[in-house]
Write a protein that binds this ligand. Structure first.
Ligand SMILES: Nc1ncnc2c1ncn2[C@@H]1O[C@H](COP(=O)(O)OP(=O)(O)OP(=O)(O)O)[C@@H](O)[C@H]1O
Length: 323
């Protein structure tokens, strides 16, 4: 049985932009999502992470009303998705993975006009926003070309722009940078940060790019076999897995092979680019000072001393292995 480390539960009466309650989806015998509950306050970026087939896309699709839950509820901006669907859907812009988010027979410009009109915007409201989005994504010159002739990455950029055309308070992004080149992926990442931190939007993001999740997400929920196994603020999650040891970076021109310090067991070292890291197997301060003193006595320049911090990817893999 997997342990739910903790739940980033709502505090007091804080208004939740997204409220997901005991959401379950079954396809015949297969349970894709089971008992998922998530409260996401306005302005938070939630990273929904999990291995292939864990239930991320199904959860996002239930949030947008595209998939009907077997049981459970979703509320967006206070509107229940099944009972007040049109108001709920107005609250959200979504980029969905693996499906056609845009019309291939329309141009990029026509797509943005279409999706803007669909959500009730006037053309005069859509035009300046569409121009800004297409310029930022480097698609302005191709705005009148059919999306069907675009590369996968370009079509994905149009999908991202279409999701944002109405300036929705909630943005759901299912693998938004898939197929994007480095620059476009950076643009999308910068947008997510701006949307949440400057414009107060609420973002749910799924991705297999854990470095991106670590950079963007205020909070991480890990889903495995349809269930949430961890739900914590990103910093807290990483802090829980801080390893109790140090790395000492030294100038390696002196060579680090066969490094021995009396009374310190299992010292290992690795070197690259003229630098070497000496790995202490412990966070014991006495051991740290002993090694530093030995290096000093040997006139080895010490460049850095750091407590070892795992990446979100390290933590994610540990969580999945222990779940
Ligand atoms: N329409 C469907 N009919 C039957 N099974 C489905 C359907 N949609 C999803 N599933 C199943 O539900 C489970 C969860 O799928 P989902 O697409 O939500 O996973 P995911 O976490 O998004 O995976 P990935 O990272 O590979 O995109 C999988 O076993 C999948 O095969």
């Amino acid at each position: 049985m997997s342990e739910v480390l903790a739940t980033a539960a709502p505090q007091g009466t804080q208004l939740m932009a997204i409220e997901v309650r005991e959401l379950t989806k079954r396809y015949g015998d297969l349970t894709a999502v089971e008992g998922v509950s998530l409260d996401v306050p306005a302005g938070q970026v939630l990273g929904l992470l999990g291995p292939n087939g864990a239930g991320k896309t199904t959860t996002i699709k239930m949030m947008t009303g595209l998939v009907t839950p077997t049981s459970g509820t979703v509320s967006l901006g206070g509107y229940d998705v099944s009972r007040r669907r049109s108001q709920a859907v107005q609250q959200v812009g979504a980029v969905l993975e693996g499906s056609r988010n845009v019309y291939w027979s329309l141009s990029a410009w026509q797509n943005l006009l279409y999706f803007g009109r669909l959500k009730g915007l006037r053309k005069s409201e859509i035009r300046p926003r569409a121009e800004r989005l297409l310029r930022e994504l480097g698609l302005w010159e191709r705005r009148d070309h059919q999306v069907g002739g675009f590369s996968r990455g370009m079509a994905q950029k149009v999908a991202v722009a279409a999701a944002l055309i109405t300036d929705p308070p909630i943005v759901l992004l299912d693998e938004p940078t898939i197929g994007l080149d480095v620059e476009a992926a950076r643009t999308v990442r910068d947008w997510v940060l701006r949307l949440a931190h400057q414009e107060g939007k609420t973002v749910v993001l799924t991705t297999h790019q854990l470095a991106m999740a670590e950079e963007l997400a205020d909070r991480v929920a890990v889903i495995r076999e349809g269930r949430i196994i961890t739900d914590l603020p990103t910093r807290e999650l990483l802090d829980r897995y801080v390893e109790d040891r140090y790395d000492i970076t030294i100038d390696s021109t002196r060579g680090v092979d066969g490094l021995r310090v009396a009374g310190v067991p299992e010292l290992t070292a690795s070197s690259a680019d003229g630098q070497a890291a000496v790995h202490l197997p412990t966070a014991d301060q006495d051991v740290l000072y002993t090694v530093l003193a030995a290096l000093h006595a040997d006139s080895v320049p010490v460049l850095d001393v750091s407590r070892v911090r795992p990446s979100l990817e390290d933590v994610f893999l540990k969580l999945l292995r222990s779940a």
